[in-house]
Design a protein around this ligand. Structure first.
Ligand SMILES: Nc1nc2c(ncn2[C@@H]2O[C@H](COP(=O)(O)OP(=O)(O)O)[C@@H](O)[C@H]2O)c(=O)[nH]1
Ligand SMILES: [Mg+2]
Length: 458
């Protein structure tokens, strides 16, 4: 399985802080702690905190006063003996204490190695391990809610129930093979097919929840596009509430993509201010426009800005073209100035997005803009549909796609009047694909891929 040596790492972020936690896990964890830490009052008992001195065992020189906790196996984070020192959070101090632990025989942990051991020792399944990483990385309410639902076993239970149902189908097929000559009541082929169809629909629904889960976990991206001087940078600044992008009356001021994050309801929303789209000869501006187009292509939403104080120009028509078939909103900006164009002018060119009148300069119409953007992200997320479970990782989606493929194969086998052995193989593959989500079936390389994205000490 894995080499059961003793690993050590800071569990807290580098840099000066009030406290730094140094975590040890493995057979020598508690012994190492006792070699470098000495109580100054209360003796050390499992799962309670005691105060003491960290000392260099060779010179007996005091290094820090720290709290210590020990959690003997198996009731610990990793399922192994775990010891923690809560030191003062000085970067030099942390290196000194780590150095002592290493000298006493511990090894520096790899990223995610504590969590990996927890998984290998059955302390948590893969969806929970991933949820912990997501909890730490959460940038907003929706990401937090999703991570907590996974941590509480929501996804594991849902996938587990689907797998149970598949195993029941497989068991019936196996019985058919084993007791072919006996007269026992088993589901007809039509009943099995109907059952597979129902399971396929459930697996497909979970597969498709990725759109919502991704938005909940990572948030959405909106590119602010428009011709030069339409007021894109002003819209960004107004939404952010700070002067993030340079605003000038000189067309072509914004050359590179500037981004910052706000919250649209529960979702994190990355706003991207882009270079104005127009025909240019200037090389730098041309590159900026290329970046605009590529960001616009990848964004979840487009915020198309039009200057309502001037007539539509060919550059505006190009923006309308970019909006075709995309989620987003169009803004008639500069509503504080006399209007030269209205909604009708945009609609006349087949712009279908909702149109809002705003003044980025005066901050007017922004509440409606925020509400509209939030509603659109909700729509992209497929609404809540009363279902709180959503997958958020490509790994989950790929596993569910494999399950769907196997179920389709099973249905094709039934349609082709294949023997039960063949159908059972497909059902088995579907079940294995589901089992890989929680890690009931896993391989080293999959585990490597999952845990290497974790931080050291977790
Ligand atoms: N009157 C008025 N001027 C605006 C408004 N929004 C932007 N501007 C002005 O339009 C010019 C271009 O704005 P900017 O945000 O740099 O446009 P961008 O090129 O699209 O990023 C600047 O002089 C802004 O002050 C607005 O709502 N009303
Ligand atoms: Mg700009």
């Amino acid at each position: 399985m894995y080499v059961q040596d003793t690993i050590v790492a800071p569990a807290t972020a580098p840099g000066p802080a009030a406290v730094a936690i140094i975590r040890l896990s493995g057979p020598a964890a508690i012994e190492i702690l006792r070699t470098i830490w000495f109580p100054v009052g209360t003796q050390l008992k499992p799962r309670s905190v005691a105060l003491g001195d960290v000392r260099d065992p060779e010179t007996n020189a005091a290094i820090d006063r720290a709290l210590a906790v020990i959690m003997p196996a198996p009731r610990s984070l990793t399922g192994e003996d775990v010891a923690e020192l809560h030191c003062h959070g000085g970067p030099y101090l942390v290196r000194r204490v780590l150095g002592l632990a290493l000298r006493c025989g511990a090894r520096m942990a790899e990223p995610g190695e504590f969590s990996r051991r927890a998984f290998l020792n059955g302390r948590m399944d893969l969806t929970a391990a991933e949820a912990i990483a997501d909890l730490v990385a959460a940038r907003g309410e929706s990401a937090l809610a999703l991570a907590l639902s996974h941590l509480n076993g929501g996804l594991k239970l849902r996938v587990g129930a689907l797998r149970e149902a598949l195993l029941a189908v497989a068991a019936h097929l196996e019985a058919e093979i084993d007791f072919a000559d006996e007269d026992i009541a088993l589901p007809s082929r039509a009943e099995t097919a109907a059952c597979i169809d129902q399971l396929r629909a459930d697996v497909a629904a979970l597969h498709d929840s990725f759109a919502r889960g991704r938005l909940m976990r990572s948030g959405a991206r909106a590119a602010i596009i428009g011709k030069p001087n339409a007021g894109k940078s002003s819209v960004l600044n107004a939404l952010l509430g700070v002067e993030r992008a340079i605003v000038t009356p000189i067309p072509g001021t914004t050359r590179d993509v500037i981004e910052d994050t706000i919250h649209a309801g529960p979702y994190p929303l990355v706003l991207q201010d882009t270079a104005g789209v127009r025909s240019v000869t200037d090389e730098v501006e041309r590159i900026g426009i290329e970046r605009t187009l590529s960001h616009a292509g990848e964004a979840d939403l487009l915020i198309a800005v039009f200057d309502s104080s001037v007539s539509l120009e060919p550059d505006d028509l190009r923006i309308i073209e970019l909006c075709r078939g995309r989620a987003g909103v169009a803004l008639l900006n500069k509503s504080d100035l006399p209007a030269a164009i209205g909604i009708d002018h945009l609609r006349a060119h087949q712009l279908t997005q909702p149109v809002l009148r705003v003044s980025a300069l005066r901050g007017e119409g922004l509440d409606r803009l925020r509400a509209e953007i939030t509603a659109q992200i909700e729509a992209l997320a497929g609404g809540h549909q009363g279902d709180t479970i959503a997958i958020s990782r490509l790994r989950h989606r790929e596993a569910l796609a494999r399950a769907l493929q196997a179920l389709d194969d099973a249905r094709a086998s039934i349609a082709g009047h294949m023997p039960p052995e063949i159908i059972a193989v497909d059902i088995g593959l579907a079940s294995d694909a589901l089992a890989s989500i929680s890690g009931q079936i896993s391989t080293e390389d999959v585990l490597d891929r999952i845990f290497r994205d974790f931080c050291i000490g977790k």
